[in-house]
Every structure is written in structure tokens, then in C-alpha cells.
Ligand binder design. Structure first.
Ligand code: PLP
Length: 427
């Protein structure tokens, strides 16, 4: 690693609005360790990011000092837990530009959020012959829930094509939206290619051609760019805490208030009812209607702190830093003819988040990952839960390096040296 920046240099960066990455890294205890005798380079942020001390402390403070079940007791600890849990909902709501706190449903993550929309919004509305339109770049979480609901209703899944360079083909997508289209579900950012889809343009296409709901998988967007669900013009937006520097086991679904109010519950149990008899049950209002059972109280509180952490740094500054890492990587990768960067065409149409999907001549992605791991570099190898995308691109798997706010230019250089080592071994 490079020598610590001087105070003068850090002040210069702060004045220029740049992230003080060195100081930021000190907030993430897990980053300060050696793996196989090398300082850890964590480049698997698209799978799961790491958590700052403030989030770890908030979760542990909850368990150490005030944890009790929320929305249940009248005793002081339960009231405090309830207040903190609901305050976290408010923080998450403001973070994504929701009109009301009640438009945020806490879930286990993006996967559960998308299943909720498929079962509670789509299932009662889909008829045989109706269509759910996805794209070729979706994560399995934004494919399988729709296949399940289509099997249950007789509707069918269709997929809008992408270009060879990994952009969504909006013109072709427009041609697939018709009067049978009931749902259009797209990733805001592709977890495998980093493509940032123009969700607002997709929503306009849909509104012009149908009354389909626009569902956005925002798992890879919220940690990396400012998201405003009102400006996007979508109906549902799903995301996960563990990818945005928050705890695992918690995530959220934003849904338009009037749509949530029209939807039946997804799960049944305690906390989502107003009255239960053996004959029938009356359900309470959203969001509690969709939060059956004891919620993930401490993780939700931790998520609220993660949101504050992101806001304190500023999403624009985070995005600028990650884009600089992406450019630095691409400049060097362009000089390696034996590495192909998927979905990063020179002058590609859509912006890209800092995700690199690499194919290395002569080296299987899993072997490459092992060699990188031996050098302390954590990346992911595989199909990235996007098998249809891999098939479209004609590769079984890739090496994926995905960046977060705390990564540095020196870590990019370590990755590039690591790739040279892969090349040396597999020649
Ligand atoms: N959607 C995208 C684009 C993802 O990258 C992921 C996780 O990798 C998911 C959905 C699923 O998220 P989770 O496993 O947190 O539910």
C-alpha cells in the first residue's frame, strides 16, 4: 500500500470535494487485516459490502441496551425498540425519496421484496396470456419470482434484449410492451456488467404503451448513486441492506402508497392484523400488513445508520470516487489484450457502475479467483446469479471485481498485478 497521505494532501482533497478514503477505511474494521500474508483487497462489494463501525455499534447497542420486541409491549424497552425501528423506516424512506414512511416495507432483502411484489401485486392481477417483461441482464432474483407467479396464473415471462455491449435495447423493449404487459421489471444497475439502466426512460416507455407496473431491482444502485423513486417514475423499488454497508437479513421495498394499499398480505401472522377470528381476519394497513411476525429489529436500526453514513459522505462524492476507480481500472485493462472486459464497450451508450466482469484468456474464472485470493484479493467468480445473461454473452462465467466507497487506486493496481500473476501461471 502507499504511504499515508500528508495532512496537506488530505485537506486539499477535502476542499476539492473528494472522499477522504484513507480516513473512511479506518471506519471499516474488517478491512484492516492480512489474508494469506497480504493486506486484504476487498473487491466483492456487489455480493456484499462491509459495515462501518457506526453500523456495527448501532446493532450491538440495540442488543446491549434496549432490545425488546417492537409493536408489542407497553414497557419501556419495547417502546424504545419500536421508536428506533420506525425511525429507521423514516430514514430509509427519505433516503430513496419516498413520499411517506408507510411506503417502505422492511423485508429480508431484494429477493424477498421482489417476491412480495410478484405474489401480492401481480398474482391477483395476472390472467392467462398476460405478460411480465424482464430484461436479459436480470439477476435470478428478478426472474424466478416472476416465473413462479406466471406458473401460478398462466401468464408468461418475456425478456427485452440487450446489445452486444451490454446496454438495454430500449427500442426493442418498446416493441415488446403491449396491452398484455402487466409488469415490467428491470435492474437499475446490472450486478454482472455494471450497466446503469435509464429507469426513468423505461418507465416513460411503459406509461406510453400500457398500464403495467414498473418494478425496479435497485440492489446494485442504492450504495453507489443517489436514488429518487419519485423522479424515476417507477411503482416499486427493491433493495438490500447488506449491499449498502448495512446489516444482513434486512432490506426494503418501496411501493406507491395506493398500490400497497390495494394489495393483500404476502405472509400471515402476528402484527399484520386488526382482528382475527376463525372465520376471517382483517388486515392492518401498509407497511405493517406486509411485515408479519417479529421483524428484524436490530438490523433495521443498523440499516437506518448505514443510510445516515452514506448521506454524511454524499452519494455524489461516492459515485465520483468509484467512477475514478473504474476509469483507472479500464485504462490499465485496455493494455492487457488477454483480458476481455464484458459490457464495457468504448463509448457505450449507458453509464456504468464500478463493476468489472472479466474473461481471462486460458484461465478459468475459478482458478483465477483462487490465484487472486492467494494474493489477498477477494473477487467473485461464477455466473453471478445471472445465467441467462451469461448465455446471452456466450460465456459460462466471469471474474467479477466490484468496487465500493473504500477501495483505492492502489487496490486497482494490486488487482492488475494479480491478473498478471494469473497470466504468468496459465500463460
Ligand atoms: N438483484 C441484484 C441486481 C443483485 O445483485 C442481488 C444480489 O446479488 C439481488 C438482486 C439479490 O439480493 P439479496 O440476495 O440481497 O436478496
Amino acid at each position: 500500500m502507499t504511504a499515508p497521505a500528508s495532512l496537506a494532501e488530505r485537506e486539499r482533497l477535502a476542499a476539492a470535494g473528494a472522499l477522504d478514503v484513507e480516513r473512511l477505511r479506518a471506519s471499516f474494521p474488517i478491512l484492516d487485516q492480512e489474508v494469506h500474508g497480504h493486506s486484504l483487497v476487498y473487491l466483492d462489494n456487489a455480493a456484499s459490502s462491509q459495515r462501518p463501525e457506526a453500523v456495527i455499534e448501532a446493532v450491538s447497542d440495540c442488543y446491549r441496551t434496549y432490545y425488546a420486541n417492537a409493536h408489542r409491549g407497553v414497557h419501556a424497552l419495547s417502546e424504545r425498540s419500536t421508536d428506533e425501528y420506525e425511525a429507521a423506516r423514516g430514514k430509509v424512506a427519505r433516503f430513496v425519496g419516498a413520499g411517506k414512511d408507510s411506503e417502505i416495507v422492511f423485508t429480508r432483502g431484494t429477493t424477498e421484496s421482489l417476491n412480495l411484489v410478484a405474489q401480492s401485486y401481480a398474482r391477483p392481477r395476472l390472467l392467462p396470456g398476460d405478460e411480465v417483461l424482464l430484461t436479459e441482464m436480470e439477476h435470478h432474483s428478478n426472474i424466478v419470482p416472476w416465473q413462479l407467479v406466471c406458473e401460478q396464473t398462466g401468464a408468461r415471462v418475456r425478456a427485452a434484449p440487450i446489445t452486444d455491449g451490454g446496454d438495454l435495447d430500449l427500442a426493442a423493449m418498446a416493441g415488446l410492451i403491449g396491452e398484455r404487459t402487466r409488469v415490467v421489471a428491470v435492474a437499475h444497475v446490472s450486478n454482472a456488467l455494471g450497466t446503469v439502466n435509464d429507469v426513468a426512460a423505461v418507465a416513460r416507455l411503459v406509461r406510453d404503451r400500457s398500464d403495467a407496473a414498473v418494478v425496479v431491482d435497485g440492489a446494485q444502485a442504492v450504495p453507489h448513486m443517489q436514488v429518487d423513486v419519485s423522479a424515476l417514475g417507477c411503482d416499486f423499488y427493491a433493495f438490500s441492506g447488506h449491499k449498502m454497508y448495512g446489516p444482513g437479513g434486512i432490506g426494503a421495498l418501496w411501493g406507491r402508497g395506493e398500490l400497497l394499499a390495494s394489495m393483500p398480505p404476502y405472509h400471515g401472522g402476528g402484527a399484520m392484523i386488526t382482528r382475527v377470528t376463525f372465520e376471517r381476519t382483517e388486515y392492518t394497513v401498509p407497511p405493517h400488513r406486509f411485515e408479519a411476525g417479529t421483524p428484524s429489529i436490530a438490523p433495521a436500526i443498523g440499516l437506518g445508520v448505514a443510510v445516515e453514513f452514506l448521506e454524511s459522505l454524499g452519494l455524489e462524492r461516492i459515485e465520483r470516487h468509484e467512477q475514478a476507480l473504474l476509469s483507472h481500472s479500464l485504462e490499465q485493462l485496455n493494455d492487457l489484450p488477454w483480458v476481455q472486459v464484458l459490457g464495457q464497450p468504448p463509448g457505450g451508450e449507458s453509464p456504468r457502475a464500478a463493476v468489472l466482469s472479466l474473461v481471462i484468456d486460458g484461465a478459468h474464472p475459478h482458478d483465477a479467483a483462487t490465484i487472486l485470493d492467494e494474493q489477498g484479493i477477494a473477487i467473485r467468480a461464477g455466473h453471478h446469479c445471472a445465467q441467462p445473461l451469461m448465455e446471452r454473452l456466450g460465456v459460462p462465467a466471469t471474474v467479477r471485481a466490484s468496487f465500493g466507497m473504500y477501495n483505492t487506486h492502489e487496490e486497482v493496481d494490486r488487482l492488475i498485478s494479480g491478473l498478471h500473476e494469473v497470466r504468468r501461471i496459465f500463460g
